[in-house]
Write a protein that binds this ligand. Structure first.
Ligand code: H76
Length: 479
């Protein structure tokens, strides 16, 4: 009897314990909402989480016009040129007959990505135009019917894997080439046509997973159409089918919607898919924007060009910008994925080649501060970002203070640290104890020798001891 009471008490305790967290969420009983709360804990996802830096490649027949048609400049994203009024659809849809990338060398691409420090890559298997870089048996609009003929996707998958780089497949649901594709369903005919399109989409996805079984994940795009959003059951079932076919498969939050049409986050506010996939050309400002989820940030070098545009306008990011974005992403538990747009011949443009080299040089020295690193719960400092792995905290300095003092605060009962050194050359640095503030935060400062030259961000390693006993606290001020 006593034991039973204890059991019930424990159970009640557990229930109450859960209450505050539970009550923050609405709790609609969703059939097509998320099927998992919290992060995935398996090895495949852990591997993805540790990548830190990835490469995106947008390559398709839009690379042939490269943002120009009949001498006119297209100001939109190069891969969208087919939707431009100056671009006759007929002519675009026949460009594949000229697709013969004689400069394409998958090995060269993969080596460049490896030297940049990318741990994974995402390749556009099919963009909105519908052109497939693999010989899909469900359409004629593929690489097989170009002068190039060979399976480009296979060349890419093989070459990157040879370099130890994981491959993820970008796939657009929007398909301007398929007769059954609709953005919304208005008539009975639309509905019938769309049935065919759904079957086609499913076939292609299963085909990709079957033909390229080593691909680690699918990166979906063009999933915002009402027609697709309304198909929440079909899409949910398809996701289940793909996961069964390919255990460990990684799919972001951009694939499906719930029964109320909510995308990325379901109607209860919970993330759908394995990671948040909404940070496109945009980054969170603080960890509070992340809600404990995994996430990626996909970024273009110029403002909004993914496919090859021969003439970039506006601000073009520097390698310093891109390195900072990489560190910033990792400091908030995300992956940073940098886009490349090879030209119609398969060459990577000189600007991108140079950026990849410069990022790679930085990564060679500072890789320990990126791979496998995570968020550190310390007050944000103006000089840069913290990352952490095991008992090492990395102070990534982007804005070197005029007084050369790198300051940080450790909350009371936080870690203890006695050892600091430059990541680049392991040269020891002195950690000065700056005392405590009113809240008993411990203040530290590390003096960077004024003679230390830095033309790019540099990293200081702190070796730490977690949660040391420390009872020497000041009395709190009474106010
Ligand atoms: C809009 C849009 C698409 N999403 C980006 C990832 C690019 O593929 C762009 O064309």
């Amino acid at each position: 009897m006593k034991r039973k009471t204890l059991f019930i008490a424990l159970l009640l305790g557990l229930f109450c314990w859960d209450l505050p967290a539970q009550s923050k969420r609405s709790s609609l009983n969703l059939e097509h909402g998320t099927h998992r709360l919290g992060k995935r804990t398996d090895a495949e996802m852990q591997r993805w989480r540790e990548h830190g830096l990835g490469q995106f490649i947008h390559w398709g027949i839009y690379a042939i016009p490269g943002g120009h048609w009949n001498g006119k400049y297209y100001g939109g994203a190069a891969e969208w040129i087919r939707s431009w009024k100056e671009m006759p659809k007929e002519e675009y849809d026949n460009l594949y007959k000229q697709f013969n990338p004689t400069d394409f060398d998958a090995q060269h691409w993969a080596k460049m990505a490896k030297n940049m420090g990318a741990k994974y890559m995402i390749i556009t298997t099919k963009h909105h135009d519908g052109f497939c870089i693999w010989p899909s048996k469900y359409t004629n609009y593929t690489i097989k019917n170009t002068p190039y003929k060979k399976d480009i996707l296979k060349e890419i998958v093989d070459a990157y894997q040879q370099q130890g780089i994981d491959v993820h497949l970008y796939f657009s649901i929007i398909d301007w080439n398929h007769a059954g594709y609709r953005s919304s369903i208005k008539t009975k005919e639309d509905s019938i046509a769309y049935q065919g399109f759904k079957a086609f989409t499913r076939n292609q996805l299963l085909e990709l997973l079957t033909n390229y079984p080593t691909a680690k994940g699918l990166w979906f795009d063009g999933t915002w159409d009402k027609a697709w959003v309304d198909e929440c059951k079909f899409v949910d079932d398809l996701e289940t089918e793909m996961r069964l076919l390919h255990p460990g498969l990684i799919i972001g939050s951009r694939f499906r919607a719930d029964e109320f049409g909510k995308r990325h986050f379901d109607s209860n506010g919970d993330l759908m898919g394995d990671y948040e996939q909404g940070w496109e050309r945009n980054m969170p400002n603080s960890i509070d924007d992340i809600n404990g989820n995994d996430w990626d940030c996909v970024m273009t070098v110029p403002e909004n060009q993914w496919g090859y545009h021969s003439d970039w306008k506006g601000y073009v990011k520097t390698s310093s910008d891109l390195i900072e974005m990489t560190v910033k992403a990792v400091s908030m538990n995300g992956n940073f994925v940098l886009n490349f747009g090879p030209d119609g011949k398969g060459a990577i443009r000189p600007e991108e080649t140079k950026l990849a080299e410069e990022i790679g040089q930085w990564m060679d020295v500072n890789r320990d501060a990126i791979y496998g690193c995570e968020y550190v719960n310390l007050k944000k400092e103006g000089w840069g970002y913290f990352t952490k792995k095991g008992n090492k905290i990395y102070l990534c300095v982007f804005n070197r203070p005029m007084d050369n003092m790198i300051k940080f605060e450790v909350p009371k009962n936080g870690f203890k640290t006695t050892k600091a050194y430059f990541l680049a050359d392991k040269k020891a640095l002195n950690i000065a104890d700056g005392g405590k503030d009113k809240q008993n935060n411990k203040l530290y400062q590390i003096a960077v020798p004024p003679t230390y030259s830095s033309d790019k961000a540099f990293v200081i390693v702190l070796e730490i001891e977690e949660n040391p006993e420390d009872n020497s606290t000041y009395q709190q001020a009474r106010t």
